[in-house]
Write a protein that binds this ligand. Structure first.
Ligand code: ACK
Length: 816
């Protein structure tokens, strides 16, 4: 009986409702909007109505831009979807907005701060949906309940009186507006700071407001589109932005992937263009270098302990795992014998347990820090003008970043003894620099004199028709034009160093023979490549390697220290790479766990830089022709070094590509035009580099890749996932550390651009390096070359040739 009464009341209530017309911006208690109806703001900028995101069947009430209806800026019932088109939105006489389903159940409702007179709901020109009373005072507004989008006029932060927080939360997915994992909020503890959260964990930090900007948010530069605002007082803290020109649209959104972007509407292209994107590099990851360390993206390695601090776990630190951070070399004693070390242009450390005062001078701030035994650092609260106010830190300093420009000054408390030590070190480095400059000048003059004497002496000898064997080995290069000079090692020295080429010293078997570890008398570790006597082709590769690599020097190329050619022995001596080759890490179940994302990305970027040097920056244009995981060696700090130049070719002048009849390389890494026609160019190396990226990201070999249900190789599988919009399924599940999904997806995207079928579609290495280190928009990739393990299924056909199952360099076949 009660249910029937309820229905009757509802029937009576709804029979009074009038459906709002399509262009209204308001609804009053006797009006409603049903699915299909809309409200439009008075100036026609925003529209409110029912929608289904993407392919989802669920219905939501939301607000979107009139000129871009797929850009939803707010959702009322984000966590409570309707399952059919029967929803009705109305406002009650108590000033409460309610969304009802087909059984008149309340799916979502707003609240009202007080009983109003003549309440009305209105969609304002700012995109704010408000309920106001007869006097125009707001009872409720959607701007107080943000979803994933920050619009001009929206104030995000905390009301300290009511305890209400306003922050952005991502959608769960592009088809589900429910609250997702990622949020951007003001952390009100200590000096309030802006943080990017993943669940309950801080992912990144834009930092505290310094009067001009958040200290770690450099993109926030002066611009003609919007102006930033920050308010901090006893009652509230919030930030917002104001448009400088109202005809422009600008929004800030946190996406389901965790990436946050500012987008501006561009009329010319009728699309949103990215103004800035969060999480551009490793140093943005919160606490990436651990406590009491700084991150500087322009340094290698990027992390360094603060001056006077030492790594807590030196072994991990050397392996580029910096999470354990650093501790003081000399403990702080709480007395007057403390001073401060100044750091300039830094993002201030985490302020969540800091203290601040807006009016103190910097001198007073320093004094206050010295008086408090647990104070570890101080800084200006506001950097405008001369700077003023005071921020104090207590305990560890976490998440400091050094910038080339921007940031602000930070003063870190140190024992005087440590400051003296640092001062001496600085003076010594200065003296050392002067000594080096003077020494170098003297050396140049000395060399010039010796050169002159040698020149006269050689000329004399030549005139007499005699040549003498120099202490260095001479090799003609391919054109027979240029002489190479390379240190010659004595066979006995190498024999001693390698324990007479003992099996215990053997590192493995390379393309042209065994490789041994050795220790020279001066203590240097070396790797010795010994040409096996049976290797016919090997001698050419041996000479080729000497000619090419001896001329090159780059931190991402393995260094050739010299050679040994004596008593039928031909050997190349390299710097020793303690972490061996990359393939021994990525394809090994246990070891691959050691390669976290930061290391993988560091390796990809290092190889890219090494390859760029070979292609564009070295004296010669060099095509490696056999780039693969087993030819990337890793040094102590896991820096990658490209090795094995046996197959490399150099191009002079404007030459871009060449053709060979003898196709040598490694199946799985060879580009189609090289494997089929013998055409090689920088773009064939780019192809191999693309394969390498996809292997590093997935932890799977391209060759021999198996996935149930298809015969695609890794490239084909990556392409399939890309086309199905689920590239994240490619990511190696064994890597468990924190890294932005968008960064990994970007690497997959660049990998796919590199392995495109047509060489002219592939980017060159300078573009690759640029794409890997920026957040710029990337072009769309086309279908990759050689994307199945069966050559028949690919568009290029091969002629003859057999492939070895192992990842060794093979001569494939005579090209057509
Ligand atoms: O994967 P790995 O352990 O690293 O096995 C191969 C093997 O020799 C045959 O190439 C290792 N190797 C080659 N050059 C060096 C080097 N400079 N330092 C350390 N190991 C090396 C390679």
């Amino acid at each position: 009986m009660e249910a029937i009464n309820h229905l009757l009341v509802c029937y009576f209530f709804f029979s009074l409702l009038r459906t709002s017309t399509s262009q209204d911006s308001t609804i009053t208690p006797n009006q409603s909007i049903s699915d299909g109806g809309t409200l439009v703001s008075a100036d026609g900028s925003f529209q409110l109505g029912f929608f289904s995101p993407g392919n989802s069947k669920s219905r939501y009430v939301g607000i979107w831009y009139m000129l871009s209806s797929e850009t939803i800026v707010w959702v009322a019932n984000r966590n409570a979807p309707l399952h059919d088109h029967s929803g009705i939105l109305t406002v009650t006489g108590d000033g409460v907005l309610v969304l009802l389903n087909s059984t008149n159940g309340i799916v979502w409702s707003s609240n009202a701060s007080r009983p109003p007179e003549n309440p009305v709901a209105q969609l304002l020109d700012t995109g704010n949906l408000v309920v106001k009373d007869g006097n125009g005072d707001f009872l409720w507004q959607s701007f107080d309940y943000p979803c994933d989008t920050h619009l001009p006029g929206m104030e995000l932060g905390w009301n300290f009186v009511t305890g209400q927080g306003r922050f952005l939360t991502s959608w769960k997915s592009t088809e589900d507006p429910a609250q997702g994992e990622f949020s951007i909020r003001i952390d009100p503890r200590g000096l309030p700071q802006m943080v990017f959260m993943e669940g309950a964990r801080i992912k990144a930090r834009a930092g505290s407001w310094n009067g001009l900007r958040f200290t770690g948010y450099l993109e926030l530069r002066t611009n003609p589109v919007f102006e930033f605002q920050f308010v901090l007082n006893e009652k509230e803290v919030y930030y917002g932005f104001k448009l400088l020109n109202n005809s422009v649209f600008s929004r800030y959104v946190v996406k389901p992937s965790g990436v946050s972007q500012r987008l501006n509407w561009v009329d010319r292209t009728h699309s949103w263009e990215i103004f800035s994107t969060s999480q551009a590099d490793q140093c943005e990851n919160y606490g990436f270098c651990g406590a009491n360390a700084t991150c500087n993206i322009n340094n290698s390695p990027v992390c360094a302990c603060l001056e006077g601090f030492l790594p807590n776990s030196p072994k991990d630190w050397d392996l580029a795992d910096w999470a354990a951070g650093c501790s003081r070399r000399t403990l702080l004693e709480c007395n007057d014998t403390n001073g401060f070390q100044k750091y300039t242009r830094v993002k201030l450390p985490d302020t969540s347990s800091s203290w601040f005062n807006k009016t103190l001078t910097l001198k007073e701030c320093k004094g206050l820090c010295l008086k408090n035994c647990s104070c570890t650092a101080y800084a200006d609260f506001d950097v405008r003008g001369e700077g003023s106010g005071c921020v104090l830190w207590f305990g560890s300093l976490v998440d400091i970043r050094e910038y080339a420009t921007g940031g602000q000054d930070l003063y870190i408390r140190m024992p005087i003894s440590e400051l003296d030590h640092l001062e001496k070190k600085r003076r010594f480095s200065k003296k050392k620099l002067v000594a080096i400059i003077v020494g170098s000048a003297l050396l140049v003059v000395g060399m010039a004199i010796i050169g002159l004497v040698l020149y006269i002496w050689k000329k004399k000898l030549r005139n007499q028709g005699t040549t003498k064997r120099s202490h260095k080995k001479d090799y003609d290069n391919e054109d027979g034009k240029e002489d190479m000079e390379l240190p010659i090692f004595d066979l006995t020295a190498i024999d001693n160093a390698t324990n007479s080429f003992s099996n215990n010293n053997k590192l493995g078997e390379g393309g042209f023979g065994p490789v041994y570890k050795g220790i020279l008398l001066d203590g240097r570790d070396i790797a010795v490549k010994r040409l096996s006597k049976s290797s016919g082709q090997g001698l050419n590769e041996f000479k080729n390697e000497i000619i090419l690599i001896a001329k090159l020097q780059h931190r991402n190329l393995v260094k050739l220290l010299g050679c040994c050619i004596q008593e039928n022995e031909n050997m190349l001596i390299y710097e020793y790479m303690p972490n061996k080759s990359l393939d021994s890490f990525i394809f090994d179940h246990a070891k691959s766990k050691l390669l976290n994302w930061h290391r993988r990305i560091h390796i990809i970027r290092g190889v890219a830089k090494g390859l760029l040097y070979l292609h564009e920056d070295s004296r010669l244009r060099i095509i490696h022709r056999d780039l693969k995981a087993s030819n990337i060696l890793l040094d102590n700090d896991m820096n990658p070094k490209i090795s094995d130049f046996g197959l490399a070719r150099s191009f002079g002048g404007d030459q871009d590509e060449s053709k060979t009849n003898l196709i040598v390389g490694t199946y799985g890494y060879m580009s189609p035009e090289y494997a089929v026609h013998g055409h090689y160019s920088v773009k064939s190396d780019v192809f191999s580099f693309g394969v390498l990226i996809l292997e590093i990201v997935s932890g799977k070999k391209n060759r021999g890749f198996y996935h149930k249900g298809n015969h695609l190789n890794l490239l084909g599988h990556a392409w399939k996932l890309w086309m199905e919009d689920k590239p994240m399924e490619l990511i190696d599940s064994l890597v468990g550390d924190m890294c932005t999904l968008s960064t990994v997806l970007r690497h997959i995207h660049v990998g796919l651009l590199c392995v495109q079928q047509r060489p002219e579609d592939r980017p060159n290495m300078s573009f690759v390096v640029q794409m890997l280190s920026s957040e710029s928009k990337l072009p769309k990739p086309n279908q990759p070359g050689f994307f199945t393990d069966s050559p028949k299924a690919d568009s290029s056909s091969t002629k003859g040739g057999t492939y070895s199952g192992n990842e060794i360099t093979v001569t494939l076949f005579e090209a057509r």
